[in-house]
Design a protein around this ligand. Sequence first.
Ligand code: F6R
Length: 250
Amino acid sequence: MRIYQEADYEAMSRRAAGIISAEVIRRPNCVLGLATGSTPIGTYQNLIEGNKSGAYSFKEVTTVNLDEYKGLAPTHDQSYRYFMQHNLFDHIDVMPENTNVPDGLAADADAECARYDQLVASLGYADLQLLGLGRNGHIGFNEPGPAFVKETHVVDLTESTIDANARFFASADDVPRQALTMGIGVIMAAKRILLIASGSDKADALYAAICGPITPDCPASILQLHSDVVIVADKAALSKVTAAGVSVCE
Ligand code: F6R
């Protein structure tokens, strides 16, 4: 596990975009696993700028997103499909048909999860999977629980996640209570994983993920078992990790 400590959100975003763009340059037809949320927005802005400048192209890239709210249409402004269009896909030269997000409106959500697993497997899994980190240690929408769930599945969101995401909705009551999420096994099948985190509200979760026991109480702790993980985080998010004496690259 290599940990890059950056001064702030902007520097974290530049570093993360640099790692993703290096993958795209090295392997123009790579499979990128993508995340939503506040954390990757700056990373995506950097990727848009690089693509517009002609430094690299996403024409041959395939993307697979981690998750989607159950019950939200792709056109709903809080759906993760909408987020991806608005924050990345509409501004880069990726082929629309090569972008994949679970279908939150599928009549049979379990069948949609199985379809998504087959799709990601048929692509050979992500070459590089980008992850954000929940304040409770979740990755994708794999919430703390009694066991790691391997496959893509429908999950009940925890109160902590509903509270954290309420800022995007008119009220906490409007936050969907369920989501479809890539399972831990699918995430761990990615050849390389890039986790990004910013801000002091991620410090406890990042500490637990890196320094704590490997436990489904902190789903991100499973990343300790992956052979190629890069963490890019700012000083505030890494404060507890560095205080524990873990060495980081600057
Ligand atoms: C989103 C996702 C979530 C977020 C996490 C952090 O696709 O998979 O795990 O990465 O909730 O969200 P932010 O970045 O908003 O703090």
